[in-house]
Design a protein around this ligand. Structure first.
Ligand SMILES: CC/C=C\C/C=C\C/C=C\C/C=C\C/C=C\C/C=C\CCCCC(=O)SCCNC(=O)CCNC(=O)[C@H](O)C(C)(C)COP(=O)(O)OP(=O)(O)OC[C@H]1O[C@@H](n2cnc3c(N)ncnc32)[C@H](O)[C@@H]1OP(=O)(O)O
Ligand SMILES: Cc1cc2nc3c(=O)[nH]c(=O)nc-3n(C[C@H](O)[C@H](O)[C@H](O)COP(=O)(O)OP(=O)(O)OC[C@H]3O[C@@H](n4cnc5c(N)ncnc54)[C@H](O)[C@@H]3O)c2cc1C
Length: 624
């Protein structure tokens, strides 16, 4: 099952090696992380990132190994933005010459970059960004400026205290005309003493949700006061400005400006499956250890994982972890395929890539955030402790519903794609790819239920057709209602809640379809495919509330712990007293409690000033 989860024996081997490298290095300890002040936590993040780089160089780690090292360190920091956004932005929007210049320095960590797009006043609406980049032909420079308070760059990870450079998104103005948003490389800080360069005011935006967690990241604020940069620091793969100041758009779709976001959304789906699997691993293992209430005859207490309510709440998340993992593997293939097509100027699958990355990022991160919160409740009181690992897991992954695109805004992008497809089908065009099912509109719009017997509900073809019919009917219904509106735009706005639901149904169909397709592959291991078939059934049927689920839960229960062991997480990475592999939960909880700084003294600080006088006074009063 490990291989099915990891994707290959090689992936299992590399992951094991990197996880053990991190777990065995005291510099990467994280058991006291939630007890540190924000400044201590930030400094700890700098230390870990520097040590990780040192180990990467010493051990000659490959890019795959270095990414896994960063992943198992499990502490958001500037390195994530450097590798996940700054480098891909230059790769995607820089010319060959610009890539050669800047990536050479970035790969050697001679510069540290971030992705500075969002502003105080705009995040979702990229075309509404206010930072300006005005070309000055007299000096062959762009003047970068924050014209208003709301144009302050706000949120970029690493911007606050760490990044020396950034890809900054700004309105390009030349010859008095505003050409909209483009990317520019800017140096922010001196490479000698790290002080901000002239005209740049820069700092951290302050603490964020939860202890530990994302507070390790210096999300920053930046204001620019007429900062001049050379013309050749405009990222010029998508468009150029000539020495004379003429704007020249290249022959690629302007949406490639958004390419970095598509790339990150694709990676976030894999992150969501990993975060969800960690929460499920903790809750399943703890559910097998925790016993509450036994038979009246004084028999042994019952494992809480045996309660039907616990299973009906938890097993859909177990199934979702595998479902998101497999659709994430497919999405990585889709993204690679689109990127290769772009190289040969084939832009035909760009809309599909946008819709799939936006939709899957939205659906998987929303489901994961909700599931982690529920896993905390599934562990009772102990799930609320930092030593359970669940509060931090929730706090680190909750913002994924917002960053890289607010989930509702992204679903509306999917809805826009679906409405265009419905319209094309109506005009006789055969849809392809993930919307191919819409070409079967006659059958799916009228089909009687293809599932008549209980057994039908475990027939993958029947399940797929149910999901196709659901998604198509919701999309067509929206299209019909929009057509009754005074205008397409008004109709789309009025119907937006229904359009979001239709988009979710389409994305869930993709997830179910990719799970079914995964099961048609050769899957190693005795009994593994059968277990995955049950999980596929649980994932699909829990979305449509089917009465078949109870039987499936009972069939999965005997293998539940084995199915989470297959995630192959070290106790270090899981970071949970409840999810330990050895199940020694109670002694682990007890041991972790004493690490809290509050237990450094048996009589707490503040007793003499605030508690003793109160108690003494009350005692005196009681004797009057
Ligand atoms: C950071 C570390 C975190 C955790 C670390 C923990 C542990 C470490 C271990 C592992 C971590 C590893 C990796 C971490 C993974 C992820 C975390 C990394 C980074 C996270 C930080 C977050 C970074 C950010 O948030 S960057 C900013 C993101 N901002 C957005 O997403 C903005 C959203 N808005 C938009 O995209 C656009 O404004 C819009 C799409 C909503 C609207 O576009 P527009 O205004 O142009 O209008 P439209 O008319 O809608 O579109 C016009 C046409 O263009 C098409 N279109 C739109 N977008 C795209 C696209 N992207 N691609 C292709 N085509 C696109 C659209 O369809 C229209 O086409 P049509 O034909 O005209 O219909
Ligand atoms: C932890 C974290 C890290 C981040 N890192 C970075 C970074 O490194 N670089 C960077 O550039 N940015 C970063 N961001 C910013 C992030 O990309 C934005 O917050 C995100 O894109 C959402 O935009 P917003 O904040 O403007 O939300 P808004 O769009 O203001 O959302 C507010 C509400 O309005 C709704 N809404 C907005 N538009 C519509 C619409 N058209 N129709 C219906 N509803 C709508 C949304 O659904 C939401 O409910 C980060 C954010 C977070 C939380």
């Amino acid at each position: 099952m490990k291989v099915a989860w990891a994707g290959s024996r090689h992936a299992v081997e590399v992951a094991d090696r990197m996880a053990c490298l991190v777990a065995s290095d005291p510099v990467f300890r994280k058991d006291t992380r939630t007890m540190l002040s924000r400044k201590e936590l930030f400094k700890d993040t700098l230390k870990k990132a520097a040590h990780a780089w040192k180990r990467t160089v010493e051990l000659h780690l490959t890019e795959e190994e270095a990414n896994l090292l960063r992943l198992y360190i499990d502490q958001p920091g500037y390195v994530d933005l450097h590798w996940v956004m700054f480098v891909p932005a230059i790769k995607g929007q820089g010319t060959e010459e610009q890539q050669k210049k800047w990536l050479t320095m970035a790969y050697k960590f001679q510069i540290i970059g971030t992705y500075a797009q969002t502003e105080l006043g705009h995040g979702s609406n990229v075309q509404g960004l206010e930072t300006t980049a005005t070309f000055d032909p007299s000096t062959d420079e762009f003047i970068m400026h924050s014209p208003t308070l709301t144009s302050s760059k706000w949120w970029p990870g690493g911007l606050g205290k760490t990044s020396t450079h950034a890809v900054v998104y700004a309105r390009l103005i030349t010859e008095g005309k505003d050409y909209g948003i483009h990317g520019f490389i800017m140096q922010l800080r001196s490479l000698d003493d790290h002080s901000p360069l002239p005209g740049i005011t820069i700092g951290d935006i302050g603490g964020k949700f939860g202890s530990g967690a994302y507070n390790s990241m210096d999300n920053g604020v930046m204001r620019l006061d007429h900062v001049r940069i050379p013309r050749d620091q405009m990222l010029m793969r998508l468009a150029q400005v000539t020495r004379e100041g003429k704007y020249v758009h290249s022959d690629v779709p302007k949406q490639l400006l958004y390419g970095t976001m598509v790339y990150v959304r694709q990676t976030i789906v894999a992150d969501a499956s990993r975060a969800l699997s960690r929460a499920v691993c903790i809750a399943v293992r703890y559910g097998a250890i925790r016993k509450q209430f036994g038979s009246k005859a004084g028999g042994p207490e019952t494992q809480v994982l045996n309660y039907k309510t616990q299973q009906s709440r938890l097993f859909p998340f177990l199934a979702s972890a595998y479902a998101f993992r497999f659709v994430g593997q497919w999405l990585k293939w889709l993204y690679t395929d689109v990127t290769q097509k772009l190289e040969s100027k084939d832009f035909s699958t760009l809309p599909e890539a946008h819709a799939c990355t936006a939709g899957l990022k939205s659906v998987t991160t929303s489901a994961t955030a909700d599931a982690i919160e529920e896993c905390q409740k599934l562990c009772g009181g102990h799930g609320y402790l930092n030593s359970s690992g669940l509060p931090e897991l929730f706090a680190v992954n909750l913002p994924a519903c917002t960053y890289e695109g607010d989930n509702v805004v992204l679903l509306l992008q999917v809805a826009r794609f679906l409405m265009k497809t419905v319209s094309q089908v109506a005009s006789g065009k055969q849809p392809v790819g993930t919307t191919a099912y819409m070409g079967n509109i006659q059958h799916l719009m009228q089909c009687k239920s293809v599932v008549n017997t209980v057994e039908d509900w475990l027939n993958p073809a029947a399940i797929k057709e149910v999901f196709e019919a659901r998604a198509l009917r919701m999309a067509v219904n929206c299209a019909q209602n929009i057509s009754k509106a005074p205008s397409q735009e008004e109709g789309f706005s009025e119907l937006s809640p229904d359009l979001v639901e239709a988009a979710v149904a389409h994305v869930q169909l993709i997830i179910v379809t990719k799970f079914i397709e995964k099961l048609q592959e050769d899957i190693l291991g005795h009994g593994v495919k059968e277990q995955l078939q049950k999980l596929c059934g649980i994932y699909a049927l829990h979305l449509i509330h089917n009465e078949r689920l109870g039987k499936l839960y009972a069939q999965v229960r005997p293998n539940a712990v084995a199915l989470v062991d297959a995630f192959d997480y070290t106790d270090h990475y899981l970071g949970s007293a409840l999810g330990r592999y050895d199940g020694d939960v109670y002694s682990a909880l007890y041991k972790e409690a004493w690490k809290d700084p509050l237990n450094e003294t048996v009589v707490p600080d503040g007793y003499q000033e605030h508690l003793r006088p109160l108690l003494k006074q009350q005692l005196k009063l009681s004797r009057l």
